[in-house]
Design a protein around this ligand. Structure first.
Ligand code: SAM
Length: 273
């Protein structure tokens, strides 16, 4: 899970080995503070990767910076990687404070395939804590839905066989249930779309044409696409994006999904001070 604002961005677990911060830096779009959280065994490995890569290390290290593989910590002025078990809310509170975040500032929270792996009470507690803590924030959740059809069953079996049980999927199995998860835990508004709808609304027509054109160059690729298209569609229907908004400062306006309008989800402009 991750949280962000122009001065703060958190990745509450699920930081995994995601390198978004470094990409944002390269693009000149990094927020003032970006915080990533995960279990210590993951943050230690990630700290080691950063320490051993001059390409990554040189981007973040300055006078006030340090990397400790043993502690699973990377501390720099604008980027923090910290270990925590997200289910431990008092610890989560401590970590947010240790990271130097100001929760009254606009914050963007991202949880990509994280809450769904926690038990439902813990997922709800985190969503509730985030709502109480960040009064001007967007919480962005990306995870699985629809466990009850054939594709959903197979998806669950595949993930379980890799030791990744989706403990929360039955507690919020639909788009409506994802929205309810936020609305019943303090968020002012929440909208959930499946990835098929997101793709249909936000991916450039030009990009779609390019993919179709490339596929058209090879009859074999074209045939493969035809055969697998239903699975591709079903896959997209089983993942969704939910965003929830708290807007105490009144800065977000009608920020959110609008079919066909790519700019409407421009997070950086919505979060600009
Ligand atoms: C499926 S990975 C997602 C990684 C990343 N968000 C991405 O999309 O590439 C789930 C991550 O959540 C972390 N995680 C799961 N439960 C957690 C918990 N209770 N506290 C902290 N991190 C947790 C795991 O260690 C793992 O890195």
């Amino acid at each position: 899970m991750k949280l962000l604002n122009p001065r703060n961005r958190y990745s509450l677990g699920g930081a995994g080995f995601d390198t978004t911060y470094f990409q944002l830096l390269d693009e000149g779009k990094a927020p003032f503070l970006y915080v990533e959280l995960d279990f210590k065994e993951v943050t230690s490995k990630k700290a080691a990767v950063i320490e051993n890569s001059s390409q990554l290390r040189d981007k973040i290290l300055g006078a006030n910076s340090s990397i400790s593989v043993e502690e699973g910590q990377v501390l720099s002025d604008h980027y923090k990687l910290l270990p925590v078990d997200l289910r431990d809310i008092p610890k989560l509170r401590d970590v947010v404070s240790f990271a130097g975040m100001d929760p009254s500032l606009p914050t963007f929270i991202i949880a990509e395939c994280v809450l769904i792996y926690l038990d439902p009470d813990s997922s709800r507690a985190i969503v509730n804590w985030a709502s109480k803590t960040f009064s001007t924030a967007v919480f962005f959740l990306y995870e699985q839905i629809h466990p009850d059809d054939a594709f959903g069953h197979q998806m669950i079996i595949n993930l379980e066989s890799r030791g990744c049980a989706l403990l929360s999927i039955d507690a919020s199995p639909t788009l409506l249930a994802k929205e309810r998860l936020f609305l019943e835990n303090g968020w002012q508004r929440a909208v959930a779309w499946d990835m098929l709808k997101v793709y249909g609304s936000f991916v450039d027509t030009q990009e779609k044409r390019r993919v179709a054109h490339d596929a058209g160059k090879s009859i074999i690729i074209h045939l493969i696409n035809l055969v697998f298209h239903p699975f591709y569609v079903m896959g997209k229907e089983h993942y969704c994006v939910t965003y929830a908004v708290n807007d105490a400062m009144g800065i977000f306006g009608d920020f959110g999904f609008t079919r066909g309008s790519r700019e409407s989800m421009n997070i950086s402009s919505a979060m600009s001070p």
